[in-house]
Design a protein around this ligand. Structure first.
Ligand code: MN
Length: 209
């Protein structure tokens, strides 16, 4: 199979108490696995698609045949988004960014608290399922939100935004319902405690190259 579920970069209980072990186990082992399985099914038998990296696939959905484009968009997006999500979180993380990414956030939002407020508001404003992103474009950062498993890398004609994600939060109910039930606002506030700003800084630096 061309795509495989990557192992979590930490134990499933490592993000407690902010994100509980059972949510992590189901989110990674069931939801993310299903995106990988269904992506592999969608591209099975198409050698050109099977040869592409996940990033190349979602960046060029126009190259995917009509019959499977929807499946690749949803499941390829799901696979990329979740792999990214696990890696921008970590145990004993949180706090505030530093260096170039902090400067970019301050330039765009005045200060870190104002950024967090706007990011949380975007999460609460996403009706139904989707993601909120901090994206980098030519060194600047902005907040974007996508529905379902869409991703800014898919381009504005599909995702409604474009740029390189450097931070993202899953606001599907499956990301928080077991612990927070309908309280998405509480989940978003708690989530800051597991953001790995060192990983975000690396994403920002990679986007700038
Ligand atoms: Mn999810």
């Amino acid at each position: 199979m061309p795509h495989q579920l990557p192992p979590l970069p930490y134990a499933k209980e490592a993000l407690e108490p902010h994100i509980d072990a059972q949510t992590m186990e189901i989110h990674h082992g069931k939801h993310h696995q299903a995106y990988v399985t269904n992506l592999n099914k969608a591209i099975a038998g198409n050698a050109a698609l099977e040869a592409k990296t996940i990033e190349a696939l979602i960046k060029d959905l126009a190259a995917v045949p009509d019959a499977v484009r929807g499946a690749v968009r949803n499941n390829g997006g799901g696979h990329w988004n979740h792999t990214f999500f696990w890696n921008i979180m970590a145990p004993n993380a949180g706090g505030a960014p530093s260096g170039a990414v902090a400067a970019a956030i301050n330039a765009a939002f005045d200060n870190f608290d104002s950024f967090k407020e706007k990011f949380e508001a975007a999460g609460l404003g996403r009706f139904g399922s989707g993601w909120v992103w901090l994206i980098a474009k030519a060194g600047k950062v902005e907040i974007a939100s996508t529905a379902n498993q869409d991703n800014p890398l898919m381009g504005s004609s599909i995702a409604g935004c474009d740029g390189t994600p450097i931070l993202g939060v899953d606001v599907w109910e499956h990301a928080y319902y077991l612990k927070y039930q309908n309280r998405r606002a509480d989940y978003l506030k708690a989530w800051w405690n597991v953001v790995n700003w060192a990983a975000v800084a690396k994403q920002y630096e990679a986007a700038a190259r």
